[in-house]
Write a protein that binds this ligand. Structure first.
Ligand code: CAA
Ligand code: NAD
Length: 295
């Protein structure tokens, strides 16, 4: 059982819209805060499309979708989040942006409100330091695509209280997700292992080991992965992966986290993967075709 009734989600991008979908489908009154009305509309449309997929797969009905959408409201004002019992942050992977939003919310929300970050690579301690409630601050790391991925890493930072951790774990279970407890190291459990794997695939491409399509095929058919590493990179977002790799490299000073030059060039060129229609694959084609990247 969870004592949480109202959920606020900061950011309605890839992850924020998935988190909002799952919270609303679990019956929580859910408010999503985005930076513009246009992005709010895009986020609402993404949630509706995702429900469409669940309906196609027989996992949900039209009535489930309508009920969940009725639980979600959108706003551009942080002030509208004041009554939330939990704030789950899923904005761009940038410490300054996350910190500023939490500092503002710290002054707006009540003392019992839990703050949670879905960060991939920052430590929870450094984000929580922007608030006066580090004891009520946890990591809550969902996986992409949120409606389909069962895992949530629940992270106890240096000052997180046991009571807050228990509330967070209980809440995650009510979403039908499976929590694991992870320490507050950059990348927690999954990204500590997954990020070097994705980056190694780019290095393999740079050094001419095989083509994009063959590396993807190799890892799917030879190692049983549901997606090859380039399909996964495009799915996660190359801009986000670049930021994650930079943060993990700065934290550990280990070469295996360093973003490869090709990744940097692609981000500079605006190739963010599926979200921009262009990444290791060209998504204007159906099925998507590997891009010629000059390597
Ligand atoms: N809403 C609700 N449920 C959905 C859904 C949606 N939009 N889309 C899929 N599902 C459900 C399906 O109903 C199915 O449920 P069951 O297993 O109970 O039947 C399940 O999700 C899987 O769906 P399918 O098997 O039909 O889908 P698929 O075969 O096309 O697989 C995939 C899609 C789940 C995305 C699969 O390709 C996959 O697992 N890919 C790898 C994803 C991955 O590695 N994610 C992690 C990224 S890294 C990250 O997130 C961390 C970070 O910080 C960067
Ligand atoms: P995204 O690019 O899809 O969405 C980011 C959102 O942040 C956008 O909707 C944008 O409007 C908002 N934003 C940008 N600048 C802002 C600002 N200055 N103030 C407020 N909001 C701003 O990114 P995403 O993939 O949803 O990632 C969000 C968070 O989730 C990141 O911390 C990321 O590391 C983490 N995460 C991502 C994945 C993934 O696979 N993409 C998986 C797990 C965790």
């Amino acid at each position: 059982m969870s004592d949480i009734k109202q959920v606020a989600v900061l950011g309605g991008g890839l992850m924020g819209s998935g988190i909002a979908q799952v919270c609303a489908a679990s019956g929580y009154a859910t408010i999503v805060r985005e930076v513009s009305d246009e992005i709010c509309d895009r986020s609402r449309a993404a949630i509706s499309r995702s429900f469409g997929k669940a309906i196609e797969k027989g996992k949900a009905t039209d009535a489930d979708r309508d009920a969940a959408l009725a639980h979600i409201t959108f706003t551009t004002s942080l002030g509208d989040l004041a009554a939330a019992d939990i704030v789950i942050e899923a904005v761009v992977e940038d410490l300054a942006i996350k910190s500023q939003m939490f500092t503002e919310l710290d002054a707006l929300c009540g003392p019992d409100t839990i703050f949670a970050s879905n960060t991939s690579s920052l430590t929870i301690a450094e984000i929580a330091a922007a608030t006066g409630r580090a004891d009520r601050f946890v990591g809550m790391h969902f996986f992409n695509p949120v409606p389909a991925m069962k895992l949530v890493e629940v992270v106890r930072a240096i000052k997180t209280s046991e009571a807050t951790l228990d509330r967070a774990v209980a809440f995650v279970r009510t979403l039908g997700k499976e929590p694991i407890r992870a320490h507050d190291n950059s990348g927690f459990v999954v990204n500590l292992l997954l990020v070097p794997y994705m980056i190694d695939a780019i290095r393999a491409l740079e050094s001419g080991v095989a083509s994009i399509a063959d590396i993807d095929k190799g890892m799917m058919l030879g190692a049983g992965y549901p997606m090859g590493p380039f399909t996964l990179l495009d799915f996660v977002g190359l801009d986000t992966t670049y930021r994650i790799a930079e943060i993990m490299y700065n934290e550990y000073r280990e070469q295996r986290y360093a973003p490869p030059p090709l990744l940097r060039r692609m981000v500079i060129a605006g190739m963010f993967g599926r979200k921009s229609g262009m990444g290791f694959y060209d998504y204007s084609q159906n099925p998507p075709v590997p891009n010629e990247l000059g390597v």
